[in-house]
Design a protein. Structure first.
Length: 227
């Protein structure tokens, strides 16, 4: 397997996964920009929100461009160390991170959405945790080169599986924060406009979904290792 990996490396250069890894990092960067966006929204700094929304939209567009590049340039046939269909599915799962990040930013930007003071610290913690999970799965994808060089086994494989376990643990912790925020919102929702409450819950679901999207990327890599 190591000889095959070396041959593939010679044929395709440094890495057949390069474009995929660039895309993963770009998607994670899009998610991280939600941290200052929510800080600005909670402080009612709407001009900053406008600017950050545009940055996130630009990053999502760049991720789309990179996704299309990956899809059009992935080689076909036996040259790839893993199934081409698996890599195409992986890039699709990664792209959901950037798409959802833009959707969340659009919701905050378009609705001038501000969470109540009572839950702002928990929301900030949840956004940061979700963005961190997205960055972690970017690190998982960046390990594909080392996995290929090791023949997808041994110490490198064990390390990647541990990274995936860590992603799952942090996603579970994020779920716990969501439950806490829902409980706090329930106690105060009668004091808020009904439409506003509806969008608060929608935003909360989307932020939680971001961590779920990242976990699905990690699970795709896990499935690739199981084959």
């Amino acid at each position: 397997m190591a000889q095959v990996a070396a041959y593939i490396s010679n044929v395709f250069g440094r890495s057949p996964f390069g474009g995929l890894q660039i895309h993963a990092k770009g998607c994670a960067k899009t998610a991280r920009e939600l941290i200052p966006l929510f800080d600005a929204a909670n402080d009612a700094r709407w001009e900053d929100v406008d600017q950050l929304y545009q940055q996130i939209a630009d990053l999502e567009n760049q991720a789309d461009d990179q996704k299309r590049l990956v899809r059009s340039t992935l080689p076909r046939g036996f040259f790839l160390p893993v199934a081409r269909a698996d890599l195409l599915d992986l890039v699709g799962r990664q792209d959901k991170i950037a798409n959802r990040s833009r959707d969340i930013a659009g919701l905050v930007h378009g609705r001038r959405l501000q969470f109540p003071v009572e839950v702002q610290p928990k929301i900030a913690a949840l956004v940061s945790a979700s963005a961190e999970i997205c960055s972690q799965v970017g690190d998982v994808v960046s390990m594909l080169d080392e996995l290929m060089e090791s023949g997808f086994k041994g110490i490198v494989r064990a390390r990647v599986l541990q990274m995936i376990d860590d992603v799952e643990r942090k996603e579970h912790e994020a779920d716990g924060v969501v439950v806490e925020i829902r409980s706090k919102l329930f106690l105060i929702e009668n004091d808020l406009p009904a439409v506003h409450v509806m969008f608060l819950y929608a935003a909360l679901d989307e932020i939680a979904g971001l961590a779920d999207d990242a976990e699905r990327v990690a699970h795709r890599v896990q499935m690739m290792l199981a084959r």
